[in-house]
Design a protein around this ligand. Structure first.
Ligand SMILES: [Zn+2]
Length: 302
């Protein structure tokens, strides 16, 4: 397995199947890998959904139960998998992460004839909705954020093996800082459950980072320095422009008071101007942080 032009390829350079999703954003420089389950009724339906413009959702990769992999978005492009999310001062994790969806129904419930996912409809038994095979059932394993949810569909060995191979490759190629679950990065009020307790994230992370090359790459995490570059807009209206002076066109509406931005660089010719990444949307642009008249426009976030 290798990555060529931000596409996943086999050792001989043949790309994995690629079905482009329209649900994607601007350029991505990934720092994290986020793992998900689809909670879908089949891998095919999940693939269609993630490519449906009405879904407003996508991922970089989808892994079916047989271990087959489809890429939907290039690794250098933002996919829409994280939703509202936050991690170590980073707001909106789509802008910072590669997302892998794994075909898995998620939580299951027991009925008269066995275990069923959310999309099966009683009464049972119903030949249209056979219970999950027993070897796919994981019981009495509470979710760490939702202790009442204890029963889950297991991931297949094929899925876990290929996911680990891909994660190891992504960590090395993009020097990723960490592998997280969707459940880790969603806010308390709308906490997700994926990838859930059937996915041993700690073991997975340890294995993906176990190669000496990967361990060396991630020896110095950058998360502290990232958090320290977050600023808040402290004026009512601040233009964001395509370059570091007023001659450049504005990009969309002005930033409003309270908007959080990550300062990426300072202009060499005009150090008052900073290149910023707007945390609440996908805009990258330049702002005048310290006008000649009036107060500074940005204040460091604590
Ligand atoms: Zn998810």
């Amino acid at each position: 397995m290798k990555i060529i032009n931000h596409r996943l390829c086999k050792d001989d350079g043949t790309p994995y199947p690629y079905k482009e999703s329209p649900n994607k954003g601007a350029r991505l420089q990934a720092k994290y890998l986020i793992m998900h389950f689809t909670a879908g009724s089949s891998c095919r339906s999940s693939l269609e959904w993630l490519c449906n413009p009405d879904a407003d959702a996508s991922a970089h990769l989808l892994i079916c139960r047989d271990g087959s992999v489809t890429q939907l978005v290039s690794f250098d492009t933002i996919a829409w998998h994280a939703g509202r999310s936050l991690w170590q001062g980073l707001d909106g994790m789509n802008k910072y992460s590669i997302g892998i969806e794994i075909d898995n129904v998620g939580a299951i419930t027991r009925d008269t004839d066995g275990w069923h996912p959310w999309f099966h409809k009683p009464p049972y038994p119903n030949p249209k909705f056979p219970p999950l095979p027993e070897d796919q059932v994981l019981t009495n394993t509470p979710h760490r954020f939702y202790p009442d949810m204890k029963n889950w569909q297991r991931y297949s060995k094929e899925q876990l093996d290929v996911a680990l191979e891909i994660a190891t490759l992504l960590v090395q190629t993009y020097k990723l800082q960490d592998i997280l679950g969707h459940e880790d990065i969603t806010r308390k009020t709308s906490r997700k459950t994926d990838p859930g307790p059937a996915f041993s994230l700690d073991t997975f992370r340890a294995k993906a980072y176990s190669s000496p090359a990967a361990a060396a790459e991630v020896a110095a995490p950058e998360s502290a320095s990232i958090a320290s570059t977050i600023y808040t807009v402290v004026v009512d209206s601040l233009n964001i422009r395509g370059g570091p002076n007023k001659e450049y066109d504005t990009i969309g509406k002005p930033l409003t008071r309270g908007t959080r931005v990550q300062v990426l660089e300072t202009s060499e010719e005009n150090p008052r101007w900073k290149k910023v990444d707007v945390l609440s949307d996908d805009r990258l642009g330049w702002v005048n942080s310290d006008p000649l008249s009036g107060p500074p426009t940005l204040q460091k976030s604590s």
